[in-house]
Design a protein around this ligand. Sequence first.
Ligand code: SAJ
Length: 445
Amino acid sequence: MISSLIKKIQDKKAKIAVVGLGRVGLPIAAVFADAGYPVIGSDIKNEVVEAISSGKSHLAEPELAQLIKDSVDKMLLKATTDTFNAVTEADVILICVQTPLTKGNEPNLASLKTTCKTVSKGLSKGKLVLIVSTVPPGTTKHLVARILATGSGLKCGKDFWLAYCPERINPGKAVREFIENNRIIGGFNEESTEIAVELFKSVVMGDIFSTDSQVAEVAKLAENTFRDVNIAFGNELALMCEQMNVDVMEVIKLANTHPRVKIHMPGSGVGGPCLPKDPYLLQHGIKAKGFRFRFIDLAREINDLMPEHTVELVVKALKEAKKSVKNSKIAVLGVAYKGEVGEVANSPAEKIVQRLIALGAKVVVYDPYCNESFGAKMAENVDEAVREADCIVVVTEHKIFEKLQLDRLKELMTKRPVIVDGRRIVKPKETKKQGFVYAGIGFGV
Ligand code: SAJ
C-alpha cells in the first residue's frame, strides 16, 4: 500500500484534500495545485469556497491570486463546503483548521476534533492524513490518531498514515515561505514520516527534517515561544532604558553586532494569531506533569502590558505638551497586528484604542490594510486622521508610516503636536527638532 501511495505522489496523481482554507490552508492548496496535483479545498465558509471556485483569493497574499486563478482554470483546484466528500475522494488530507485559546488561555481544539471526526468517516485504507494546525504536544499521537482510528475502524500507522507538519509561513509572504522555508515532518510512525516527506519534497525547496509527531509539535511551539520570550526581553529592556534615559534602539543595535546575539524589537505589543497563543499550547502540554515553563508566564505578562505602556506614554507626552488626554484628538496609525499585513487578530491596537477612548480622547484610526477601528472613527488617509490632531500614535510598522512628512504633519496638527512611536520607526531627534513632543517605546518622553 505504501508504495502505491508513494508512486501516486511521485507521479503527481495523488488527490489532495486541504481542510481549512485560511491564511495557512489556502496557500498550501494553491501551491500543491500549481505543482500539478489535483487539489480539493474544503472550508465551512461559503464565501471562501465561492471565491476560490470563481478563481479568486480571499486573502491578499502576493502570488496567491494568480496561482488560484491558473489552477482553477486548469481544473486542478476545486473548493467545496463538503469536507466528507473531499476526504472520500482524496489520497492525502491536510488539516489546517484553527486551534484558538479559550478565555482561560486553554487550547480550544473543537474545530480540530470536529474535522478529524468528519475525516475519519471518509478514511479508507492507504490514505495519509497530515495535521498542519499548531497543536499542544501529544495531540497528533493521541487525540487525532484515536479519533481517526475510532471513526474509520482502521489502524493508524498501518491501514492509514498520520503525520504532523507544522507551518512557519509569515503572513504577507505565505506562498514564498511555504515553498522556501525549511520544514519539520513528525510522523505517527516511520512509514507515515516517509510518505509525508515524499509529498513535501515534491513542492518545497527548503530542507526537510524528519522526527516523530510529538517532537515536531514541541519544536513548533518552541519556535514561537522563543520569539515571544525574545520580544519580551526586548520590551523589558525598553522599559529599563526609559528609566535609564538611554535609547533602547541604540542598545539593541549595538548588542546585536555580537555575532551570536539577536535581540528582537520592543514595541506597542505582541499580537497575531500565533505568538499570543502558541506559548500557552506548550504550557498546556506540560502542565499535567506539574512542570511550569516559567519564561512563558513572564513573557506573556510583559508583552501584554505593552499596549497599556503605550497609552501611559501618550498621557505623559500630552502632559509635556500641556494637554490632557480628555478631549484631545488622537490619531492612531495602524490597527493591524504587524506591518504590511491586513490582519487584526490580537492586535495591540485594540487595547490602545479602547483605553484612549475610556480616558475621554477623541480617537481616529487609519490603516491602509484594515477596515477595523475598534470603536473609534476611521479615516481614509493619514491627512484626514492627523488633521487637527493633538497626538499621533504609531501602533503598526506599516512602511507607509515610515515616510511620514513631519512638516506636513505639523501643518495639519494642533500647536505643540505630539508623536508617540509604538514601533520606533520615526526618528526622535528630527521629530523634536521640528517642534514635536516625542515619546517612544524604550526612549521614554
Ligand atoms: N513583534 C515584535 N517584535 C519583534 C517581532 C514581532 O513586537 O521583533 C510583534 C509583531 O508586531 C506582532 C507579533 O509580535 O504583533 C507577532 O509577529 P511575528 O511576525 O513574530 O509572528 P506572526 O504571528 O506573523 O507569526 C507567523 C507565524 N506563522 C505561522 O504560525 C503559520 C510564525 O510561525 C512565524 O514564526 C512568524 O510568522 C515568522 O517567523 O515570521
